[in-house]
Design a protein around this ligand. Structure first.
Ligand code: UDP
Length: 438
């Protein structure tokens, strides 16, 4: 059993060390390739935290489940950031709806690692509901300040999936997830919400209790910044004369790619032969994203757009700004998006966005100012919105300027991490009984 001691008795080394933080990301390995199934926004976000928090004086360890035997157990991402892959269940990809039973092993492996390295993490920041369960267990074992970010909210996800028929019945794990999502809101020291909609949903649908702080996600505006369209197209070997409609993201039925394809098929620019649909995102043939990509390819063929569509596959962040910048419009047709990093990445590059009028997208995209918001799955209104932007270049230029200004002002990564840093430090100054590992 760990000893609880007064912090005055801690050795100087511990006191003057950088503050340690454990970021828990059960799935969504930050050191893996992003843009494929279960390695989307969560992987990108925790990786970015690991990159920036050390500049605020933190020592960051990011814990995730090991899903490949060949992967190293520890990746030293930078002098003060590591990814630590814990063995919890078979070392292979298992969809996240099926890994809850391995979470006790995750907790045991975390504690074993911590004790072996003689590390105390005063702050543990969990991401996604499975990590929330881990965090609650750790809070019972040691004195930690527990911060949680949902990144996806079960109650809303299930409701929209049933409504839009991407699910015909709830997964077996649904009840457990909903229970844990309530517990974490009520018991975490702070829940970080990413948009006003999320805050409202948590209060109305999950619990009246619990502390929340609104900190939107951010993006690296040094990386995602406006580039001349002509330069981006030359770099990517795309024609200067085409009207480019872009999708960036995972292949998942909930992303609504079908709506965008069908909307493009009706677009006015299709008649002039100028349309080019560019779809960026990876997939694995034997996984769910592989079958969704196949389904989308069939729809593209069915609506006669095969010649006009480019499936690019997965693209790394260092090349993504060129894809955003080459496009006339970026479409985000998701049925639901708790935040939606793609929207702020596109806007940061000065690309107007046509997005579903849902969740975090309602918060990041300002209708008629930085892009257009449309009800999800409404093909007719998506077509109209895409055409409005493609056919009015002067207005589109204004949207583009407004879009990058908005991200620079409100959604820069530096701002997000600065805000998180203040939150963690505030929590540390609250009564903390430091724990020393015996
Ligand atoms: N992404 C990527 N390469 C790709 C496609 C997507 O790195 O080929 C990244 C994209 O830049 C964004 C993330 O995956 O940072 C997707 O995050 P978002 O919040 O939009 O969606 P999620 O995947 O979390 O549902």
């Amino acid at each position: 059993m760990d000893n609880l001691i007064n912090h005055k008795k801690l050795p100087n080394k511990l006191l003057f060390d950088r503050h340690r933080i454990a970021i828990i990301s059960d799935h969504g390995d930050p050191s893996t390739e992003t843009g494929v199934e279960e390695a989307g926004g969560q992987s990108v976000y925790v990786r970015q935290l690991g990159e920036i928090l050390p500049t605020f004086g933190w020592w960051v360890d990011i814990f995730t489940r090991k899903i490949n035997k060949e992967d190293p157990a520890i990746v030293q991402n930078s002098p003060y950031c590591r990814t630590i892959r814990l063995v919890a269940g078979p070392e292979k990809f298992i969809p996240r709806d099926h890994i809850f039973d391995y979470m006790p092993q995750f907790v045991a492996a975390f504690e074993a690692f911590r004790k072996q390295e003689n590390i105390y993490y005063p702050i543990v920041h969990t991401n996604y509901w499975l990590s929330a369960w881990i965090g609650l267990e750790l809070k019972n074992l040691t004195n930690i300040k527990l911060v949680h970010t949902y990144l996806s909210l079960g109650i809303v996800k299930y409701e929209t999936s049933l409504k839009y028929k991407t699910l015909t019945q709830l997964p077996e794990i649904a009840g457990t997830r909903l229970r844990v999502e309530q517990q974490i809101l009520e018991q975490a020291d702070c829940v970080v919400v990413n948009s006003l909609q999320e805050k409202e949903d948590l209060r109305n649908l999950v619990s009246q209790k619990g502390c929340m702080e609104l900190i939107p996600l951010g993006t690296n505006i040094d990386l995602f910044h406006p580039i001349l369209k002509s330069e981006a197209r030359t770099k990517l070997g795309l024609k200067q004369t085409e009207q480019i409609v872009l999708y960036v993201g995972r292949f998942d039925p909930r992303k609504g790619i079908e709506t965008m394809v069908r909307a493009c098929a009706r677009s006015k620019t299709r008649l002039t032969g100028d349309l080019r649909l560019v779809i960026v995102g990876g997939s694995c043939p034997d996984r769910i994203d592989g079958s969704e990509r196949k389904r989308i390819e069939q729809i593209v063929q069915e609506v006669g757009l095969s010649e006009r569509t480019l499936f690019v596959g997965r693209v790394d962040h260092d090349m993504l700004p060129f894809y955003y910048a080459c496009a006339d419009v970026c479409v985000i047709p998701s049925h639901y998006e708790l935040f939606g990093l793609v929207a702020i990445e596109a806007m940061a590059c000065g690309t107007p966005v046509v997005a579903s009028d849902v969740g975090g997208l309602k918060y990041t995209v300002i209708h008629e100012e930085t892009g257009l918001l449309v009800p999800p799955q409404n093909i007719e209104l998506f077509t109209e919105a895409i055409d409005r932007i493609l056919t009015n270049k002067v207005w589109a230029k204004q949207l583009s300027i407004n879009a990058s200004n908005r991200v620079n002002k409100y959604f820069s990564l530096a701002k997000t991490v600065g805000h998180l840093n203040s939150l963690y430090k505030k929590l540390l100054t609250q009564k903390v009984e430091l724990t020393v590992i015996s």
